[in-house]
Design a protein around this ligand. Structure first.
Ligand SMILES: CC(C)(COP(=O)(O)OP(=O)(O)OC[C@H]1O[C@@H](n2cnc3c(N)ncnc32)[C@H](O)[C@@H]1OP(=O)(O)O)[C@@H](O)C(=O)NCCC(=O)NCCS
Length: 155
């Protein structure tokens, strides 16, 4: 897409990023009735913006952030062959720009960044039923792995 700039997120983006974080919360709300009705915070935005172990990207179109995504180097379970992995999150594209592969462009940069950090195992979480997201990730090469199961005794 012409005029689309994908760049590292900057401190000046923080307010827009916090608003977009809430869009992700709302997008996922239908998949989990336990999400708080107000003040549901998903990300440590300060860490994503400042820490060298995180790489938060934004896609900018005409001065507005229209997509986001981060990779973060995390310590892996001791049972695994790899000591560290890259965890991907904050995958969001504003509705008017969906279906154009913008998330894929962001993910490919995050995959390259992860490789540069010496990491070759990448993970992310996605709700069962979030078909557009699962499709986007499968196109990049992700395959389903662990399934989280839940029992809510109050429902
Ligand atoms: C998940 C998400 C980031 C994917 O971004 P994207 O740039 O639209 O991804 P793609 O262009 O690769 O499209 C992925 C799939 O979305 C679906 N799609 C296509 N157009 C769409 C549209 N206008 N609106 C919604 N979904 C659409 C298609 O199934 C598409 O797969 P296809 O290309 O094989 O047809 C985006 O849908 C989104 O922001 N969703 C809301 C937030 C969210 O759920 N984030 C994931 C948290 S794990």
């Amino acid at each position: 897409m012409k005029n689309l700039i994908i760049r590292k997120a900057l401190l000046k983006d923080k307010e827009q990023l916090l608003n977009l974080e809430q869009e992700v919360v709302e997008a996922e709300r239908p998949f989990n009735t336990s999400i708080k009705p107000n003040d549901a915070i998903y990300y440590d935005m300060a860490k994503l913006l400042n820490d060298d172990t995180s790489h938060l990207l934004v896609a900018e179109f005409e001065g507005q952030i229209i997509a986001t995504g981060y990779a973060q180097i995390r310590t892996s379970k001791t049972s695994l062959k790899h000591n560290e992995h890259s965890y991907l999150g904050f995958m969001y594209v504003v509705p008017e720009f969906r279906g154009l592969g913008i998330n894929g462009q962001i993910m490919n940069i995050l995959i390259d960044w992860s490789k540069e950090q010496g990491v070759s195992d990448l993970y992310l979480d996605v709700y069962e039923g979030n078909d557009a997201a699962i499709r986007a990730y499968e196109k990049i090469g992700f395959a389903k792995s662990m399934v989280e199961m839940k029992l809510d005794l109050e429902e």
